[in-house]
Design a protein around this ligand. Structure first.
Ligand SMILES: Cc1cc2nc3c(=O)[nH]c(=O)nc-3n(C[C@H](O)[C@H](O)[C@H](O)COP(=O)(O)OP(=O)(O)OC[C@H]3O[C@@H](n4cnc5c(N)ncnc54)[C@H](O)[C@@H]3O)c2cc1C
Ligand SMILES: *[C@@H]1O[C@H](CO)[C@@H](O)[C@H](O)[C@H]1NC(C)=O
Ligand SMILES: *[C@@H]1O[C@H](CO)[C@@H](O)[C@H](O)[C@H]1NC(C)=O
Ligand SMILES: *[C@@H]1O[C@H](CO)[C@@H](O)[C@H](O)[C@H]1NC(C)=O
Length: 502
């Protein structure tokens, strides 16, 4: 603890300890309250504080910081950062966190206890610039609101597929969208970032200005600064055909070869996208297959999905609709306790079958021990073809490191949720264990892959390491250059840090 006596004397007319116990974080909050953003600082007794805490997607991550600051402009963000990173180190022990949509599934990624959360959710506007066909999207926006804002101009962007998912975290971790086979990862469609650095400086990062930072932000997450605005390429858009189709579990194994061929053939029709979910719901004691089909043109039943027609479905919600309505439909119910664990494998039927078998075993295991009234065990299996990466390379590249791999890949996400805290240990253990078993099997049959998708990764995983040594070195270099004192490594402990890569 090193306070600068002059600042303390200035800020606290009553002794430091009087109100809240006098921890370091209290003096950081007091410094913020005394700064130009003082009116944007909220404390536990404020309604806005409680609203912010409960607006995190998962119950498991609703931490209570010492105070929350809710900036409304890039200048406010800069002022907040400057206050928290006082020159000369007087308040440099102020720990803080950065939050956009709050959809990370592990506690402490986008918030903090005994510290300050910078909650960017008030900076949530989306503007279309017809002159250059770009959209300026503030980091606190949710994807549904972005699509709504762009719809009237008949354009859209490659963004999230769940309506309430936040813009900031999603774009900084890559971003898989309905459009990825045509335009790459969502981050590959960012043409300019507005960033607040640890020095408080407000800079742009694009192909010409700070190009190293520009590239590093495409996958490098919270290692360099706070992005306040993303300028994205838009594309013309007239609607999407798609929706959610549900099938009996008896079709699950038969669908696997169709999924593998779909993934290998996306290049034949890159308007097509597919998410396969195996979904067990304890309330109905049923396991089902849920396919989300989304074709990014208003064309019904395109040939890309022909192979799936042979499986008789139990419900079918496909239609031509807006991206806005379709992502609202895909919003998973929040308000529960959650875990995400993720793996990457070569697109291969045998590994997917193994996953399905283990999924059935996990359900039986959970039935024995779960105390929750209601719990859900989902595996999300998604194509991650080479094509996604090739499109990104055309836009200048990113730091995901996927061009190292020659095969089409798949992404597995073990996505469990439940309502009783007493089951936290159980479901975390089950999710981590199935992942380890699948990964072990993948190694055995030579379809393993070291990539770990940051946006789906559990705290126990090391996604930056999975970008490959060269990219880790690059991220480290860029982090050192733009944040020489390591503010975003040490003062901002949340999220995946390059300084923690093993
Ligand atoms: C229901 C659901 C659906 C999802 N759907 C998809 C999907 O379709 N495709 C996909 O690829 N992913 C998806 N995800 C994963 C999603 O991309 C991540 O959860 C992502 O982190 C969400 O962004 P956020 O802004 O809400 O995150 P937050 O939790 O607010 O932040 C995530 C991380 O980024 C940092 N961060 C946030 N904003 C900034 C900023 N402005 N500057 C610097 N650092 C920042 C935070 O400190 C934190 O470490 C989904 C997740 C859920 C729960
Ligand atoms: C932006 O956030 C405010 C709350 O802070 C909310 O009232 C408003 O609807 C949001 N705007 C958009 C476009 O989502
Ligand atoms: C696009 O146009 C807007 C509005 O004129 C401008 O602010 C922005 O800088 C332009 N972006 C690019 C990449 O040219
Ligand atoms: C779902 O089943 C119905 C009735 O058999 C069929 O008409 C429809 O095409 C199926 N939907 C999909 C997306 O395959």
């Amino acid at each position: 603890m090193k306070f600068c006596p002059s600042i303390s004397a200035l800020l606290f007319s009553t002794p430091l300890q009087a109100e809240t116990g006098g921890g370091v974080a209290d003096s950081c909050c007091a410094a913020l309250s005394a700064s130009s953003v003082g009116h944007q600082v909220v404390y536990p007794h404020h309604e806005a504080f409680v609203e912010s805490v409960v607006s995190y997607y998962s119950h498991s991550v609703r931490l209570s910081p010492t105070c929350i600051v809710q900036p409304e402009s890039v200048k406010d963000v800069s002022a907040a950062v400057l206050t928290l990173v006082q020159e000369g180190g007087s308040l440099s022990s102020c720990k803080f966190a950065v939050r956009s949509g709050g959809h990370t599934i592990w506690a402490g990624a986008a918030n903090i206890e005994d510290g300050v959360t910078i909650d960017l959710s008030k900076m949530n506007s989306t503007t279309y610039n017809p002159e250059n066909k770009t959209a300026s999207i503030y980091t606190g926006a949710r994807w549904a609101s972005v699509y709504k804002a762009l719809e009237k101009d008949k354009v859209t962007v490659a963004g999230g597929r769940g309506g309430p998912v936040g813009v900031g975290g999603f774009l900084l971790g890559g971003g898989n969208s309905f459009h990825s086979a045509r335009v790459g990862f969502a981050c590959d469609n960012v043409i300019n970032y507005q960033v607040v650095l640890a020095s408080g400086a407000i800079v742009d990062a694009n192909r010409n200005t700070n190009p190293d930072l520009f590239k590093a932000l495409k996958g490098g997450s919270i290692n360099f600064g706070i992005v306040t605005r993303f300028d994205m390429k838009t594309m013309p858009y007239e609607g999407i055909w798609g929706g959610v189709v549900t099938y009996d579990w008896s079709t699950a194994y038969k669908q696997i070869p169709a999924f593998v061929r779909f993934t290998d053939n996306i290049h034949k029709d890159p308007y097509a996208s597919l998410i396969t979910m195996w979904w067990y719901d304890s309330k109905t004691d049923t396991n089902s297959v849920v396919n989300a089909l989304h074709y990014t043109k208003p064309v019904p039943y395109p040939a890309a999905y022909d192979e799936f027609k042979q499986f008789s479905n139990t419900s079918d919600g496909v239609r031509i609709d807006s991206q806005y309505n379709l992502v609202e439909e895909l919003s998973q119910p929040g308000d529960s306790r959650n875990v995400f664990v993720t793996g990457t494998h070569v697109n291969n039927a045998e590994i997917i079958r193994k996953c399905a078998e283990l999924h059935e075993q996990v359900i039986e295991e959970a039935k024995k021990y779960a105390k929750s009234k209601s719990w859900t065990i989902v595996i999300v299996v998604q194509p991650w073809p080479k094509l996604f990466t090739e499109r990104g390379s055309e836009n200048g590249g990113n730091v995901l490191g996927l061009e190292r791999f020659d095969e089409n890949l798949i992404q597995t996400l073990y996505d469990y949720w439940w309502d009783d805290e007493a089951d936290d240990e159980l479901f975390h253990r089950l999710a981590r264990s199935i992942h380890q078993q699948v990964d072990g099997y993948a190694k055995m049959i030579n379809v393993d892959n070291e990539f770990v998708y940051l946006n789906y990764a559990d705290k126990s995983q090391d996604p930056l390491k999975g970008y490959g040594e060269e990219n880790v070195k690059y991220i480290r270099h860029v982090a050192n250059k733009y944040d020489p004192h390591g503010v975003f490594q040490y003062q901002v402990p949340g999220g995946f840090k390059v300084s923690n890569v093993n």
